[in-house]
Design a protein around this ligand. Sequence first.
Ligand code: HEC
Ligand code: HEC
Length: 381
Amino acid sequence: MKMQWASGVRAAGVVAGILAGAIFGMPARAGQSPATGAPAPKTAAEAYKNIQVLKDIPANELIPTMQFISSSLGVGCDFCHVEHQFQKDDKKPKLIARKMMKMQFAINADDFKGHREVTCNTCHRGSAHPMGIPEIAEAGAKPQMPPRREEEGEAKGPVATPDQVVEAYLHALGTPEAIAKVKSRVEKGNIAFGNREIPVEVYSEAPDKRVSVMHMANGDSVTGFNGTEGWLTFPGRPLEEMDASDRNAAKLDAEFMFPTDVKQLFAQLRVVSPEEVNGHEATVMIGFSEGQPPVKMYFDKESGLLVRMVHFADTALGLNPTQVDFADYRAVDGVQTPYQWTIARPGGRFTIKIDDVQQNVPIDASRFTKPAAPPQAPDAH
Ligand code: HEC
Ligand code: HEC
């Protein structure tokens, strides 16, 4: 069975989103509505200067699509672009990439009934030069496992029901009373990225508000979601509104802070074959929601706790995965909460370590209020 979802959905983790910009040095998403708010559904062709193939995709899907290309080929943006002159067609690989996009669309239209089965990654697998010849195995090397199809998956043997998995998870977290008592959480810690450490605070309030503040060297960077609106701020940049797909991801992240009813978060849940996470067997459950890519959840077989969550962000050419690993669970007021999580994307990974968790402390309402957009500097464009 195959679920369809609307394009334009970006299910990157909240903190993943902000850090992708701040740490991986990606340009801010252009084509966003100007600071005042009302999302302008611009197309890529309207928002950018030289779009010939991806003309009609939503403008805010262009950069995620570029990230998909880069990770499929295992290259940086500079493989095809000169920095700050992305519109120029002065590098040959950029011209080839346009042809390849048309080829991908044609293959899928002609041979796969219009389903997006073949993507850049199907052939490239992280290299600019796909291999046409099967490899001769190194002595003792394990044969490569075929990649999993992310959006489906029938269990090969008997597995637990979604109800059992959710029940075991909640049981592992604490008593229903203890879980229900947690209405807010303030977490303080650090983000380790290479040998840099950035102090971070995460404020959450039940059922679905969550704001992370990173204290960067050049100012604070905030990722906020108040249950309906989402926003991102970076030092020295105008406020960015989250698009619908970022909001979906932010909502899920926020809801998982207060997981009283996991089943309610998805239209459908399915348990598939178990996998290993860091050497431990994990039960794998996939959550489907209308119009969104699936979410994969991994629960430790022994403890029942959530140890991994994989989101997919849809782009014009394929899905960008974000993997969040949760570790170092400790009981706070009788409820298990992860003190460490590692966010990994094709471009890199970083770990957030929490030193201090406080629950049910009042959080100033202003934390969850979207800041008024500052007037744009005259030379902002
Ligand atoms: C393999 C080649 C390739 C790589 C790698 C690549 N791009 Fe692109 N990029 C393209 C092509 C091709 C287009 C034009 C698409 C079209 O015409 O529909 C484009 C267009 C763009 C544009 C629009 C410029 C304009 O004003 O017309 C931006 C911005 C951009 N890319 C940013 C990036 C970023 C950021 C990265 C790295 C994350 C990246 N690209 C990586 C091939 C690439
Ligand atoms: C059906 C398989 C297939 C698909 C799908 C595919 N490619 Fe390719 N691509 C190739 C082959 C084969 C080459 C030639 C490799 C070589 O020169 O060694 C190539 C070459 C390229 C090159 C030139 C590399 C260089 O070093 O100059 C770029 C850029 C590229 N592809 C981008 C893409 C992008 C972007 C996509 C997705 C839109 C894509 N490809 C999808 C098979 C594919």
